[in-house]
Design a protein around this ligand. Structure first.
Ligand code: FAD
Ligand code: SF4
Length: 337
């Protein structure tokens, strides 16, 4: 039996799992397909619900992993083959041009999520107008101090690609109500002269302080929430025109805007079905990794010894990804001792 655990994915879920295993005397190989750890967390500026400094939070966690002698970090690395069973999996890892064989007792899949490019939503002018961006692009603009200045209007559009059977996914992406409120607050803090509008279907904010956080966007920062699905975003003479139906008032509504921010769907990580095939585990109908029992064993994949952590199972916020990272670590320790 091998005492090592292979962790696939160096986002906050994988980093947490690796740390917890190491803190409890286990050994870890942590592989990350990109050239740095941190995942999507590292692309954020602030975090809801308390506007934490994302860059500093994530770099502290990355440093702990890099400093731990019992964690081997391999960036630019993917899993190319896996055989065996719980206690003794033979895995093949591809790093740049080299391949390497290892034996591990457990595997944790923490491959995260992909952020949907809303190219199918031509009615929102995404890809046609540089003034229509995704929420992830808004994070980049904020990090680079490029948020619009002066007397500008910014419109935030909820549920782009989520809760949309026709062109997107049926599921709710769970966290975009909260991060759109965060973005509206970030805008108002960076530019108190600006006006922020949020178009929503209904507000979903489950988590301690989340409801209060969104309420503070409305009440303290005067962000205007309009209930209604946006039908069209038109660009004319350098301005955007957002057309929607106010479903509370029953009126059509138009807002002129300088920037439109689309809260796009969180979708399964790229290549999730191929990775699941290599591991011999199940995915759900969308391509997220499937747990065997979501109530009491949310970390168990369909194969003993292979565990799941974070947003590769469903859309989730950082706190849940951290919780799942810790739980998957304890499951991996239980089979590698
Ligand atoms: C616009 C936006 C704003 C957000 N704001 C907040 C916020 O304010 N507060 C909050 O709590 N949450 C926020 N989130 C959510 C947050 O980003 C996620 O909860 C968090 O990143 C999930 O971590 P994770 O480790 O599960 O996945 P990820 O961060 O996606 O990390 C997964 C890692 O696995 C790697 N990987 C993937 N496939 C493989 C493979 N085959 N082999 C090796 N490595 C692989 C990836 O490269 C990546 O580094 C936001 C998300 C978005 C899109
Ligand atoms: S979290 Fe909010 S914005 Fe995101 S899909 Fe669900 S309801 Fe829509």
């Amino acid at each position: 039996m091998s005492k090592k655990t292979l962790v696939i994915g160096g986002g906050i879920a994988g980093i947490t799992a690796a740390q917890k295993i190491a803190q409890n005397g286990g050994e870890v190989i942590l592989i990350e397909k990109e050239d740095a750890l941190g995942g999507n967390f590292a692309k954020l500026t602030y975090t809801f619900p308390v506007l934490g400094d994302a860059k500093s939070l994530v770099s502290q966690e990355v440093q702990k992993v890099q400093a731990a002698p019992s964690i081997e970090v391999l960036t630019n690395t993917t899993l190319t083959a896996c055989q065996g069973s719980v206690g003794s999996f033979s895995v093949e890892l591809k790093t740049m041009n080299e391949t390497r064989q290892e034996t591990v007792g457990a595997i944790i899949v923490a491959a995260g999520f992909h952020y949907m490019e809303p190219t199918a939503y031509t009615e929102y002018s995404y890809g046609r107008s540089p003034k229509v961006v995704t929420s992830l692009e808004f994070e980049k603009m904020a990090a680079e101090n490029r948020l619009p200045q002066g007397n500008v209007r910014v419109v935030f559009v909820h549920c782009v690609g989520s809760r949309d059977k026709a062109k997107g996914y049926v599921y709710c992406s769970k966290i975009c109500c909260s991060y759109s409120a965060k973005h509206a607050i970030m805008l108002k803090k960076a530019n108190p002269e600006s006006k922020a509008y949020v178009f929503y279907i209904d507000i979903r904010a489950l988590g301690k302080g989340y409801e209060e956080f969104i309420r503070s966007a409305m009440e303290e920062y005067n962000v205007r929430y309009i209930r209604g699905r946006v039908a069209k975003v038109l660009e004319s003479e350098g301005k955007l025109l957002v057309r929607a139906e106010d479903s509370l008032m029953g009126n059509p509504v138009e807002v002129e805007a300088d920037l439109v921010v689309l809260a796009s769907a969180m979708e399964p990580p790229v290549g999730s079905r191929e990775l699941a095939n290599i591991l011999g585990i199940a995915t759900d109908e969308y391509g997220f990794f499937q747990d065997v029992e979501s109530n009491v064993r949310p970390c168990h994949s369909s194969k003993p010894g292979i565990f799941l952590a974070g947003s590769c199972t469903q859309p989730m916020e950082i706190a849940s990804a951290v919780a799942m990272g810790g739980l998957s670590a304890s499951e991996a320790l239980a089979v590698t001792r």
